[in-house]
Structure formats: structure tokens, C-alpha cells
Design a protein around this ligand. Structure first.
Ligand SMILES: Nc1ncnc2c1ncn2[C@@H]1O[C@H](COP(=O)(O)OP(=O)(O)OP(=O)(O)O)[C@@H](O)[C@H]1O
Ligand SMILES: [Mg+2]
Length: 494
């Protein structure tokens, strides 16, 4: 049973206009296995998933489910054969309750005309019991954390007798502890014989969960094997086609102050935070969820201003009570939740890239088209945004490439202080290295860089100093001679 094939893809091709997203993919998913799919941003992972789930009909190639050849498969055909997908954005309904989100799908599928309240509750309770989660069934989805929204999506998915559950980047917005409990649930589903396919970029997470791994590059499958056949070197090489060696960031010694913060306090978020950022510094701020790490960034950008304390930027004391104060003082901010806070999805890459710096393109009452075009082209090149031109709407970009557009937007404002919350969440290894080297460049030019993150390797590699927050208070500032393991221990206060 273990080696029986549930899904077999041969030579799958799919193009969008001139973009060849899939260029001939072969893949087998076995019954009851956990199969990870990895590859750089834009290599075709989400497109492949949409081909498997009937959202996109491939231009060429064959799909077999349980031995049956599927021709022109529609989403309903895939669902009826047990294929369920949880997309990058979960596609839950924020204004419906937990119970409604879980149960309504099934009701719609069965063509039920009148839905009974009791029935919805019963179905939802059963699904939650099967997955082993406990969430108040009457709470609206918009009030749940990301992790809980995802659990609701899983409950909904397995309700319809799933045989293959596909999760597109399920861990990007989760904390380490939430990832572990997600893995527990995934393992229990596997024990029930459900095959699982997970898109994931992080090898350490893949090790914890996967039986096998397939790597895509530029729309083709490069390799498939047991997880034990991969180490970091092969993983990186197969994904990017090159070796990426990163060294710890070490700026030249410098005592020129860029940012100084003294006793910054916001009740309920953080208290008495003081630090100095010198020219060349990339300062990391880390801590567990609820430690206040993200709130410091929000305060410095005026989203949730501090109530007391002082801030100096380049030697001048400034007051930040609102976002416009922050912008006037040339502070840039990349929010953690980029896809909802940072982008106009229906506008072009160019419109998004210049959105925060549009004034500087105004020449005698007219926007300078050529300059806007050139700036956008430059960022597409420099941070390797995968797109045919500056014109397509951001909606058509892959998830990771859309994130790069937000980063480009703020880089294009030429800020004096640049705060990034989770700058490389969901961004692949190659692009991560590029973004990091851009940050190092900016720092050496005297721009203050603050990276808020819980990605320990990222912090240790890229920040020369790291402020650790615990329960709203700074518990220490470290230099980057620390290793990931000790830093991890410090975070939990061990
Ligand atoms: N509907 C669409 N219209 C035009 N181009 C598209 C569409 N969907 C995907 N693409 C393009 O196809 C390529 C593959 O995108 P896809 O979303 O599959 O990447 P991905 O591997 O999931 O990347 P990520 O890790 O960033 O999520 C990209 O170049 C993307 O811009
Ligand atoms: Mg994707």
C-alpha cells in the first residue's frame, strides 16, 4: 500500500500568454505519503497545484488519479476524487463563523437547498473532532489568528473524504510552536491514509515532516527523492542551479549614530526600550509572538505610536505620532502581512513600485513616465522579480514575487530608516540572499536598517546586532557571534 501511486502527472505544461509556468512536469504522489514540493519563487508550484485541482487545465500532459486518466478535469472532478487544496490565502470566508466555514462547502456540494443550523454545528463538530482541534464554532473567521484560520481550512478540507490534501506554503505565517502542532495534525491525517503534499521552502521544516521531496526549477521537476537524500547543499543547488554561500554580516566599526531610542513605552505592548543603531548596523529585533517585537516597528512607523520615550534620527530628536510623521521623517516600513497591507493587487508592478515615491516623479505637473519605468525596471533586475515586464498586475505574480514588489516600493523611497518586519517570509533562498545583500549595502550607505524576525538563521547571518524582546521588555542586545541554538534558547528564556 505504501508505494501505491495515487496521483501520476506526466509532462504537464501550462503557459499564461508568453509565460511558460510549467514546462513538462512529471510527479507521482503515493498513497499516504507526505510529499514536499520546493522551488524558487515563480518556479510554478502554485500553478502545478492548480493543475492538480482542476483550476487550470494543462496545455499538455496527462493526469491520472488512482489509475484513471483525467481529461479536462474541473475543480468538482478533482474534489469528487478526494483532492483538496488549502491555498496560500486559505480562501476562508472572514464574515462567516467557524462552523459555517467548515460545513457550508459540503452542503453546497451536495446541492442542499435549505441548510439547518443544527446540521451545520454537527458537521463542524465532527470535522473538528477528526482533526483534533478545538475552536469556538460560533466565532467569526475574521477574529481568528492565522494559525486557527488554517485549522478551519483543514477541517473543511478533510470533511469531504479527502485522499490527497495539498497545502500551499502552510507555515509562512506560523510561529515555530504553531508549525509543530500543524505537523502533528498532518501526521495524524497521514495515519488515516491521506496523502499530503506540502509546498515549503525551508529545509529544516521539510526534514521534520516529509517522506519525499520534489524540487521544481523554472517549471520543470529537477529531482525527486527520499528526504534523507538531501542536505542543505543539494537542496540549494537543485532549487537555484547554483551554490549560495552566505557569510555573517560584519560592518566596519563605526560610532556615528543613525537612530537612538530611549525608554520607548507603549502600555500593553512594550516598556522602556532603549537602543542605538550606528551607521552600518543591521539591527535585528526578535522575540516570541507577544514579546513586543513587531509593536516596536509599528511604533517607529507611527501605526501604533509609543506613549512615552524619545527618538533621535541622524542626531535630531523627532516625534512620531502618526504614519505621516514617520513618512515626513523618511522612515520606510515593510509590514509583516504584506499581501493585505502592502499592495494594490489589481495595479501593475510599476504602479505599486512607485506608489510610495510618486511625488518625486512629478515634473511640472506631469508624471515622468520614463523615470517611473526605469526605476521599476531597475528593481525588477536588482531583486530579481520574476515578471515579463513592468506592466502585469501584481495579482498575476507568484506569492514570493509579489512580496518583492512591496520591498521594491519602499526601497524606491530611499528612506533614512528602513524597518522590515519578516522581510523574507515566503521568499526563496536565492532572492533572500539578494534582499539581504541590498540591506547590507543600504546600511553601509548610512541608512538605518531594522529587521524584525523570528527566523534565527536570518538574524544570525544578517544582523550584526540583535535586540531580544521578552514579555514587552528588552532582555539583551547581542552581537552576531551568537549561534542559532543559543539564540533560540534565549528567546524562550531558557
Ligand atoms: N494567472 C496568471 N496569469 C499570468 N501569469 C501567471 C498566472 N499565474 C501564474 N503566473 C506566472 O507563472 C509563474 C509561476 O507562478 P506560480 O504562482 O506557480 O509560482 P510559485 O512557484 O508558486 O511561486 P511562489 O513561491 O512565489 O509562490 C510566475 O512567473 C507567475 O507570474
Ligand atoms: Mg506559490
Amino acid at each position: 500500500m505504501a508505494d501505491e501511486v495515487f496521483l501520476k502527472l506526466v509532462g504537464i505544461k501550462k503557459s499564461f500568454g508568453g509565460v511558460h509556468a510549467l514546462q513538462g512536469v512529471d510527479l507521482e504522489i503515493r498513497k499516504g505519503e507526505i510529499h514536499c514540493l520546493a522551488g524558487e519563487n515563480g518556479c510554478g508550484k502554485s500553478t502545478l497545484i492548480k493543475a492538480i485541482s482542476g483550476v487550470h487545465i494543462p496545455d499538455e500532459g496527462s493526469i491520472r488519479i488512482d489509475g484513471e486518466e483525467m481529461k479536462n478535469m474541473k475543480p468538482m472532478d478533482a474534489i469528487n476524487r478526494g483532492i483538496q487544496v488549502i491555498y496560500q490565502d486559505f480562501a476562508v470566508f472572514p464574515n462567516l463563523t467557524v462552523a459555517e466555514n467548515i460545513a457550508l462547502n459540503g452542503e453546497l456540494k451536495d446541492g442542499v437547498k435549505r441548510v439547518s443550523w443544527r446540521q451545520i454545528h454537527k458537521v463542524a463538530a465532527e470535522a473538528m473532532a477528526r482533526v483534533g482541534v478545538k475552536i469556538d464554532p460560533d466565532i467569526r473567521l475574521e477574529r481568528l489568528s492565522v494559525a486557527n484560520k488554517q485549522l478551519v481550512a483543514i477541517c473543511r478540507a478533510i470533511m469531504n473524504d479527502a485522499r490527497l490534501l495539498i497545502l500551499d506554503e502552510p507555515t509562512t505565517a506560523l510561529t515555530a510552536r504553531e508549525v509543530e502542532s500543524l505537523w502533528d495534525i498532518i501526521r495524524s491525517l497521514k495515519e488515516k491514509g491521506i496523502a499530503i503534499m506540502i509546498v515549503n521552502h525551508k529545509l529544516d521544516e521539510i526534514y521534520q515532516i516529509a517522506d519525499r521531496l520534489t524540487i521544481l526549477r523554472n517549471g520543470s521537476n529537477i529531482s525527486t527523492g527520499a528526504i534523507s537524500e538531501y542536505d542543505q547543499e543539494r537542496f540549494t543547488k537543485d532549487m537555484t542551479g547554483r551554490d549560495i554561500v552566505q557569510q555573517k554580516y560584519q560592518p566596519a566599526e563605526n560610532k556615528e549614530e543613525v537612530l537612538k531610542v530611549e525608554n520607548l513605552t507603549r502600555q500593553g505592548s512594550f516598556e522602556n526600550v532603549s537602543f542605538t543603531l550606528y551607521k552600518g548596523d543591521v539591527l535585528g529585533i526578535t522575540g516570541l509572538l507577544g514579546s513586543g517585537r513587531g509593536e516596536i516597528g509599528e511604533a517607529l512607523f507611527g501605526l501604533a505610536p509609543a506613549q512615552s520615550g524619545k527618538i533621535w534620527l541622524n542626531g535630531k530628536e523627532i516625534s512620531i505620532q502618526s504614519v505621516s510623521d514617520a513618512i515626513r521623517n523618511e522612515i520606510g516600513y515593510v509590514p509583516e502581512d504584506r499581501l493585505t497591507q502592502g499592495l494594490f493587487m489589481d495595479r501593475s508592478i510599476r504602479d505599486n513600485t512607485i506608489a510610495a515615491s510618486i511625488r518625486s516623479y512629478l515634473k511640472r505637473g506631469k508624471l515622468d513616465e520614463r523615470e517611473m519605468e526605469e526605476a521599476t525596471e531597475r528593481w525588477i533586475r536588482e531583486i530579481d522579480i520574476k515578471a515579463p515586464s513592468t506592466r502585469p498586475p501584481v495579482r498575476t505574480l507568484s506569492g514570493g514575487n509579489a512580496q518583492k514588489v512591496v520591498i521594491a516600493k519602499w526601497l524606491n523611497t530611499d528612506p533614512k530608516l528602513f524597518i522590515l518586519d519578516g522581510p523574507t517570509v515566503g521568499v526563496d533562498i536565492g532572492a533572500k540572499a539578494e534582499i539581504h545583500s541590498i540591506l547590507h549595502d543600504l546600511a553601509s550607505r548610512g541608512i538605518g536598517i531594522i529587521v524584525i524576525s523570528d527566523d534565527l538563521p536570518e538574524l544570525v547571518q544578517n544582523c550584526n546586532r540583535i535586540l531580544v524582546m521578552k514579555d514587552g521588555r528588552p532582555s539583551g542586545i547581542l552581537d552576531n557571534s551568537i549561534d542559532e541554538v543559543s539564540l533560540g534558547k534565549m528567546l524562550i528564556g531558557a
